[in-house]
Design a protein around this ligand. Structure first.
Ligand SMILES: *[C@@H]1O[C@H](CO)[C@@H](O)[C@H](O)[C@H]1NC(C)=O
Ligand SMILES: *[C@@H]1O[C@H](CO)[C@@H](O)[C@H](O)[C@H]1NC(C)=O
Ligand SMILES: *[C@@H]1O[C@H](CO)[C@@H](O)[C@H](O)[C@H]1NC(C)=O
Ligand SMILES: *[C@@H]1O[C@H](CO)[C@@H](O)[C@H](O)[C@H]1NC(C)=O
Ligand SMILES: *[C@@H]1O[C@H](CO)[C@@H](O)[C@H](O)[C@H]1NC(C)=O
Ligand SMILES: *[C@@H]1O[C@H](CO)[C@@H](O)[C@H](O)[C@H]1NC(C)=O
Ligand SMILES: *[C@@H]1O[C@H](CO)[C@@H](O)[C@H](O)[C@H]1NC(C)=O
Ligand SMILES: *[C@@H]1O[C@H](CO)[C@@H](O)[C@H](O)[C@H]1NC(C)=O
Length: 668
C-alpha cells in the first residue's frame, strides 16, 4: 500500500474561483496622480521609495481586512506551534510571540494603508521564527524567508512584486589573528556585474568622488560603518525582524552571502544585506520588478493583476464532478520557502567546484576530493524539481555507490541553504547511508503529532464516518498514517479523537495521538540495499546553519541516532546551531481549505471563508517529537554544531576549499 503517495484531482470550478471584480479604483481614477503608474512593470528598475509610495497610496479596505483576519484566525488552530511560540525554551527564548493576540490587535488598529497592515501581519508571523509559518501577499514586496508546502502540484510564485538590491553582498571573514570583520564579498563585483548588467552603470555613477566608476575596487573592503553605526547593528536590526529560523546565529548568517546547489548549477545567495531595503548606504538600493509580477500599468491593473485571489489561493472539493485531469501523485513535504535565495545568480566560475562525478544530477552533486578518501555529496534540496521524487532517490543511491566504488571512506554532506523538501527522501538518504537497523526501519524519521482543534476533529470524524475519501486524497484520511507502534491505521478511522490534552505555556491545548512510520518501502520505486554504504560516524554534515525542514529531519536523526558530526561554516564566534525549523509537515491555507470543502464543512462557523486576496498562509501541520527528549517537540531543542569553521579570506564562498578545510577540522 502506498500510504504516502497520493493522487490529487485537478479541479477548477467556477465556484472555487473567488473573483472580486474591481471597477475603476475611485482612489486612482485621476491618472495624473496615480503613484503606481510610476512603477508600472515595464519599468524594470525603479527607486524603492517609488514602490513604497505606490503601496502607501492604497487605502485599507475594511472588507479585505476582515476577510484576511477571519481566514488567518480560523487557519491558525491547525498550526501546531501557536502556544509553544508564546515562549520558547532556551536557547531560543527570544521567541515569545502571541500571534492570536496580535491578530486581535491588527483587526482593530487604524492603518493608513493596506500595506501598513500587511507589514504588521507579516512581521507578527516572522516573530514566530518558524520558516513554515507565514503570511505572504503577492501584491507587495515580500521581504524575507517564509515557507509553504502543499500537496498540490503547484509552483507558488516565490517572491513579491519588487525586490530591492544593492550590488554589495557581504561576508564575515576571520583574519589570521582570529579577528572577525565584515567585508564586502571578494566576489561581489563579479556577481553583481553579471546579474545586474543593466543597472551596474547606475551604481557606478552614484559612487562618490574617486570611487566613481570603480565599484570593483570595493570587493573585499572592510565595512567599518553602516549608516554611521557599527556594521553589526545593521545585522542585528535585520535579525530582529527576519524570522525563518529559531536560532539568532542562523538569522545572522542569512545576512551574509553564501552558496547553494540548485537544479541547474551552483547559485550565489546575495544575503539579506544586498537583497533588502534596510538602510541607504553610500549606494542607493534599486528595486527590480519580480519575475512573477503580472504586468500592470497603474493602480487599477496592479490590483486586478496581482492582488486578487487566483485559482490556487483557496482549496476545492476534491470530489467535485468537474475533474478534467488528475494531479500527479505527490509526496509529503516539509520545506521552507526562501524567497531571497531564488535569484538565479551564478556562483562565479573561479569558485565553482570542478569535476562532479557523472552520477551527479541537478541538486545532488558528488565529488571525490584530492585525498581520494573523502567523498562529498552537495545537496541543495530534498525536492529535485528536475529529476522528481523517484529520480532524486535513484540519483542519491547511485551517487553514494559511485563514491564508495571510488574508494571513498568518509563523507561530507554539504547542505548549505537547503530548505528541505520531501520528508521521505530525508528518511531514504539516512536509510541508505546507515543501512537497515532499528533506527532506520521501518523508518528513519521522528514520531509526529498534529494539532487537534475543534474543526480538525470535525473533519477527521466526518471523513471517517461518511467515508468521504475513497481515493485517499486528504491528509485527515487515516490511511496516510500509523499508530506509534508503526502499524497502519485502519481505513475510515477517526484518528484525531480522542485528543491528547497538553498545557503549554499555561494555555490548554490538544493534539492527536502520536503518529509512527510514514514512509513505508512502497513509497520508493527501488529497494534500499541490504548494507550500509558508509559508517555514519564518518559522515560530517556541513552548512551555514540554514538547513531547515526535511534537511533538519535528516541532519538531526543522523546526528542524534547515528553519531554523525556537524560543521557550521562561518558565523559569529560562539556556538552555532546546525539546523532549525524542524516541523514535521508543512502545509498552507489552501490545503486546509481543500480538507474542509471535501468534508462538506465549509458552512460550519469554525471554517475560514475563501480568501479574496492573492496571499498564502503557511503553517506547520505536524510537529516532530525530539530524539533525546521524546516528550517535547524537537523544534525547540538545542542543536549546537560540533565544529564552527572560521571562514578565512582564502575559502570564503568557495565550496571545494571549504570541504578541504572541513576534512582537516572534522576528520582528524
Ligand atoms: C478610497 O479612499 C477612501 C478614503 O481614504 C477610502 O475610504 C476608500 O475605502 C478607498 N477606496 C478603495 C477602493 O480603496
Ligand atoms: C460526473 O461526470 C461524468 C462525466 O462528466 C458523468 O458521466 C457522471 O455521471 C457524473 N457523476 C455524477 C455523480 O454526477
Ligand atoms: C507537476 O509539476 C511538474 C514540475 O513542475 C510539471 O512538470 C508537471 O507537468 C506538473 N504536473 C501537472 C499535472 O500539473
Ligand atoms: C561515469 O564514470 C565511470 C567511471 O569513470 C565510467 O565507468 C562510466 O562509463 C561513466 N558513465 C557515463 C555515462 O559517462
Ligand atoms: C523509478 O522511477 C524512475 C524515475 O521516474 C525511473 O527512471 C525508474 O525506471 C523507476 N524504476 C523502477 C524500478 O520502476
Ligand atoms: C516505529 O518507528 C519509529 C520511527 O522509525 C521507531 O523509532 C520505533 O522504534 C518504531 N517502533 C516500533 C515498535 O517498531
Ligand atoms: C499497534 O497499536 C494498535 C493500537 O494500540 C493496536 O491495535 C495494534 O494491535 C498494535 N499492533 C501491533 C503489531 O502491536
Ligand atoms: C452552505 O449553505 C448554503 C445556504 O444554506 C447552501 O446553499 C450551500 O449549498 C451550502 N454549502 C455547502 C458546501 O454545504
Amino acid at each position: 500500500m502506498a500510504k504516502v503517495l497520493f493522487a490529487f484531482k485537478t479541479f477548477v470550478t467556477a465556484a472555487t474561483l473567488v473573483s472580486v471584480v474591481l471597477g475603476v479604483d475611485p482612489n486612482s481614477s485621476d491618472g495624473h496622480n496615480d503613484l503606481c503608474a510610476k512603477i508600472a512593470s515595464t519599468n524594470k528598475w525603479v527607486a524603492p521609495s517609488d514602490v513604497r509610495a505606490c503601496f502607501d497610496s492604497y487605502k485599507l479596505d475594511e472588507n479585505i481586512r476582515s476577510n484576511i483576519i477571519e481566514v488567518v484566525t480560523k487557519t491558525l488552530p491547525f498550526h501546531t506551534s501557536v502556544n509553544f511560540q508564546r515562549q520558547a525554551p532556551p536557547p531560543f527564548e527570544e521567541i515569545h510571540e502571541d500571534i492570536t493576540g496580535d491578530l486581535e490587535r491588527i483587526s482593530k488598529k487604524k492603518y493608513d494603508s493596506e500595506y501598513d497592515m500587511y507589514i504588521e501581519l507579516s512581521r507578527a508571523f516572522r516573530r514566530l521564527n518558524d520558516g513554515h509559518a507565514g503570511w505572504i501577499n503577492y501584491c507587495y514586496v515580500c521581504p524575507l524567508s517564509f515557507s509553504i508546502s502543499s500537496l498540490k502540484n503547484i509552483t507558488f510564485p516565490q517572491d513579491g512584486l519588487y525586490i530591492n538590491y544593492l550590488p554589495l553582498p557581504l561576508s564575515l571573514i576571520t583574519d589570521s589573528d582570529g579577528q572577525q570583520s565584515i567585508r564586502i564579498a571578494f566576489e561581489a563585483f563579479d556577481v553583481a556585474s553579471a546579474e545586474f548588467s543593466d543597472q551596474i552603470e547606475f551604481w557606478q555613477n552614484t559612487l562618490p568622488g574617486a570611487l566613481k566608476g570603480k565599484l570593483s575596487s570595493l570587493s573585499g573592503a572592510k565595512v567599518l560603518e553602516i549608516n554611521g553605526n557599527e556594521p553589526w547593528d545593521a545585522v542585528e536590526a535585520k535579525v530582529a525582524i527576519s524570522g525563518g529560523y529559531q536560532a539568532h546565529t542562523t538569522r545572522q548568517n542569512a545576512f551574509f552571502a553564501s552558496y547553494q546547489r540548485s537544479t541547474t548549477g551552483w547559485i550565489y545567495r546575495l544575503g539579506d544585506f544586498a537583497q533588502e531595503s534596510l538602510h541607504t548606504f553610500t549606494l542607493p538600493y534599486r528595486s527590480r520588478v519580480g519575475p512573477t509580477a503580472v504586468d500592470f500599468a497603474d493602480t487599477t491593473t496592479w490590483r486586478q493583476n496581482n492582488c486578487l485571489a487566483v485559482k490556487t489561493t483557496n482549496g476545492v472539493d476534491a470530489y467535485a464532478n468537474t475533474t478534467t485531469s488528475r494531479r500527479t501523485r505527490q509526496h509529503i513535504k516539509n520545506e521552507i520557502m526562501d524567497d531571497t535565495a531564488l535569484v538565479n545568480v551564478a556562483l562565479p566560475p573561479t569558485i565553482t567546484p570542478p569535476n562532479p562525478l557523472n552520477t551527479s544530477q541537478s541538486v545532488s552533486q558528488f565529488y571525490v576530493l584530492d585525498d581520494k578518501k573523502t567523498g562529498v555529496l552537495a545537496l541543495g534540496s530534498f525536492s529535485d524539481g528536475t529529476a522528481g521524487f523517484d529520480g532524486q532517490v535513484a540519483t542519491l543511491l547511485t551517487g553514494l555507490q559511485a563514491l564508495k566504488a571510488a574508494g571513498v571512506q568518509q563523507l561530507i554532506i554539504d547542505v548549505t541553504n537547503n530548505g528541505g523538501g520531501y520528508v521521505c527522501i530525508a528518511h531514504f538518504l539516512h536509510r541508505i547511508i546507515a543501512g537497515p537497523k532499528p533506527t532506520t526501519e521501518p523508518q528513519a524519521g521522528l514520531y509526529t503529532t498534529a494539532r487537534a482543534g475543534p474543526l480538525a476533529r470535525l473533519i477527521s470524524q466526518t471523513i471517517a464516518e461518511d467515508k468521504l475519501d475513497p481515493d485517499r486524497l486528504l491528509f485527515y484520511n487515516s490511511l496516510y498514517w500509523s499508530y506509534a507502534n508503526n502499524t497502519s491505521f485502519p481505513p475510515n478511522y477517526d484518528w484525531v479523537s480522542p485528543v491528547v490534552p497538553k498545557i503549554i505555556n499555561g494555555h490548554q491545548d490538544a493534539f492527536t495521538q502520536r503518529l509512527g512510520s510514514e514512509c513505508p518501502p512502497s513509497t520508493f520505486n527501488i529497494t534500499a540495499p541490504p548494507q550500509a554504504i558508509f559508517d555514519p560516524k564518518k559522515v560530517v554534515i556541513v552548512s551555514n546553519g540554514r538547513c531547515g525542514s526535511s534537511c533538519s529531519l535528516f541532519s538531526i536523526t543522523m546526528v542524534k541516532k547515528e553519531g554523525a558530526k556537524t560543521v557550521v561554516v562561518g558565523g559569529k564566534k560562539g556556538p552555532q546551531q546546525y539546523s532549525g525549523t524542524v516541523g514535521g509537515q508543512s502545509i498552507d491555507f489552501a490545503t486546509v481549505d481543500t480538507e474542509i470543502k471535501t468534508a462538506k464543512l465549509k458552512n460550519n462557523t469554525l471554517s475560514p471563508p475563501d480568501l479574496i486576496v492573492n496571499a498564502v498562509n503557511g503553517i506547520t501541520w505536524r510537529l516532530g517529537y525530539g530524539v533525546w527528549n521524546p516528550n517535547e517537540p524537537e523544534e525547540w531543542q538545542s542543536r549546537p554544531a560540533d565544529f564552527n569553521l572560521a571562514v578565512t579570506a582564502d575559502i570564503s564562498n568557495n565550496p571545494l576549499k571549504i570541504w578541504e578545510r572541513v576534512v582537516k577540522v572534522a576528520f582528524n
